[in-house]
Design a protein around this ligand. Structure first.
Ligand SMILES: Cc1cc2nc3c(=O)[nH]c(=O)nc-3n(C[C@H](O)[C@H](O)[C@H](O)COP(=O)(O)OP(=O)(O)OC[C@H]3O[C@@H](n4cnc5c(N)ncnc54)[C@H](O)[C@@H]3O)c2cc1C
Length: 462
């Protein structure tokens, strides 16, 4: 690690969707970029598909809303969110910022592809409709190829079997197929959902506790061959095998392309994954691909924790980092804070809600959370909206953190992703898209603040 540049133009803290995109965009603008990340956070835990906008989000499926309807274009969902929620980052960045959401998703796709992961997008700008590990369906703009069974695009009278690998503990294909069948039953589209049990392919001692563990096991060629054989046998025994198979999210981590290829060849039909719950193999794939892609594009990626910062007046001066074999103090010209929210540790609430690295105030809907009674920020019922889930760092239109009066706190600090307040990643149907857009914009702004432009570093302000 001796070659680590201690005075880069830009330091990005956090390596989820927002941090990866910020780092790459700053690099593209000519900045020398160091990205510091510790494992964990929302990206790695996510389903692995990317939501950006969903005009049907929050509507209860039933006679009025067909559960397999894909709704309008996801871009329309972005504008609707901005119109309905003035605090939302999609509103906060203004019309011009929001216009760039497509560019942000394109960069995300490219970056993932450079890191070895293909993300699929519909040509017509609409969302995919995908089944989850709970048997529910959700819409997403980008989806990993091995997740791409769009249940709204299946041929009439298609049959889908949810596969139950007996090597995996804690997954109930029956319950999943029951819920999915029930949901599909409310749709005008006809879809028959069954299950397919797959006998043990591995020794009894090797039962996997979760889908991520089994996905890792299927990276191994011999284990995969045994599973493929068990799947083939199950299909041979089935009276009328389904047209499509849906597996729990186990299609490999490192060798996901080979795993998908081998399993589909063994099955002789399309085999895809259900969208994952944590611990999520598709989330791990996505996070790894983005960091790999960032490295490919010249970002220096360091696995370490940023644990302290210092400032001179209104400028961030230093970021201290500590990794397994590394301790350093970086003196960047600008910093992007992309540390996530409660899940990533970018916002913590022990006695007081706080942003731990720069001491930025944590707010929601214009109120400081501080040590206030949490009940002040929750809705009346579990399914109601909860302001606490929108808590984060307040920013202005350029993603600079601001105090309670809207005054910028640091001139060379930008924020991106879930650390930013005003939106609920679990409810808005736009989580990955917000992280991507704010990442792109913050990376660009950070490069500019550091004195870099598109064609490379320019003369630096003294
Ligand atoms: C269970 C779950 C399911 C989800 N499903 C979906 C989905 O289906 N579709 C979708 O679009 N979105 C989904 N999301 C939301 C989505 O994952 C997030 O909106 C997005 O990934 C957030 O990206 P981020 O970069 O802002 O934050 P994160 O991905 O949380 O990244 C922050 C990173 O910063 C690191 N970090 C924090 N502090 C430090 C420090 N001091 N030093 C170094 N590193 C630090 C963290 O470890 C983490 O790696 C889901 C989220 C969860 C939790």
């Amino acid at each position: 690690m001796s070659e680590l540049d201690l005075s880069p133009d830009v330091v990005v803290i956090g390596g989820g969707i927002a941090g990866a995109l910020a780092a790459v965009r700053a690099r593209e603008r000519g900045a020398r970029v160091v990205l510091v990340h510790r494992p964990g956070g929302g990206t790695v835990a996510s389903s692995g598909a990317i939501d950006c906008g969903d005009e049907l989000c929050g509507l209860v499926p039933g006679p009025a809303v067909d559960p397999l309807d894909r709704g309008g274009r996801w871009r329309r969902g972005v504008d609707l969110l901005a119109a309905r929620h003035p605090q939302h980052p999609f509103a906060r960045v203004g019309d011009k910022g929001r216009e760039r959401v497509r560019e942000a998703l394109a960069l995300l796709k490219q970056l993932a592809q450079h890191g070895g992961l293909d993300l699929a997008e519909r040509d017509d700008g609409h969302n995919h409709v995908l089944a989850t590990q709970l048997g529910t369906v959700k819409r997403a703009a980008l989806v990993q190829k091995c997740q791409l069974l769009d249940v709204a695009a299946l041929e009439p009278d298609a049959t889908v079997a949810v596969v139950d690998p007996l090597d995996l503990a804690g997954f109930g294909a029956r319950a999943v197929s029951h819920v999915l069948g029930w949901i599909a039953g409310m749709s005008a589209r006809k879809l028959t959902v069954t299950t397919l049990g797959v006998e043990r392919a591995l020794p009894a001692s090797a039962v996997h506790d979760d889908a991520l563990a089994m996905a890792r096991a299927l990276d191994d060629d011999a284990t995969r061959a045994a599973f493929c054989e068990a799947l083939r046998n199950a299909l041979r025994r089935a009276a009328r095998p389904a047209h499509h198979l849906l597996l729990p999210p186990i299609l490999g981590v490192e060798k996901h392309a080979a795993v998908l290829n081998d399993v589909e060849r063994a099955a002789g039909r399309p085999v895809k994954e259900l969208l994952a719950l944590p611990p999520s193999a598709p989330g791990v794939r996505l996070a790894r691909a983005l960091l790999r892609g960032a490295k490919e594009r010249g970002v220096v990626v360091v696995e370490a924790r940023a644990h302290a910062t210092s400032a001179h007046g209104t400028r961030v001066a230093t970021v201290a980092i500590e990794g397994q074999q590394l301790k350093a103090e970086l003196t960047p010209r600008s910093v992007v804070l992309a540390t996530g929210r409660f899940y990533g540790g970018g916002i913590v609430r022990d006695q007081v809600a706080r942003e731990p690295l720069f001491g930025l105030p944590v707010v929601t809907e214009g109120h400081a959370v501080d040590d206030a009674f949490i009940g002040l920020f929750t809705g009346d019922s579990p399914e109601a909206e909860h302001a606490i889930f929108r808590a984060g760092v307040a920013v202005d239109a350029s993603l600079t953190p601001v105090d309670r009066r809207g005054k910028p706190l640091f001139e060379n600090l930008l924020c991106a992703g879930t650390v930013v307040e005003g939106w609920d990643p679990a409810r808005d149907g736009a989580a990955g898209g917000v992280a991507a857009l704010t990442g792109l914009l913050a990376g660009e702004a950070a490069a500019l603040v550091a004195g870099c432009n598109r064609s490379g570093p320019v003369a630096r302000a003294v």
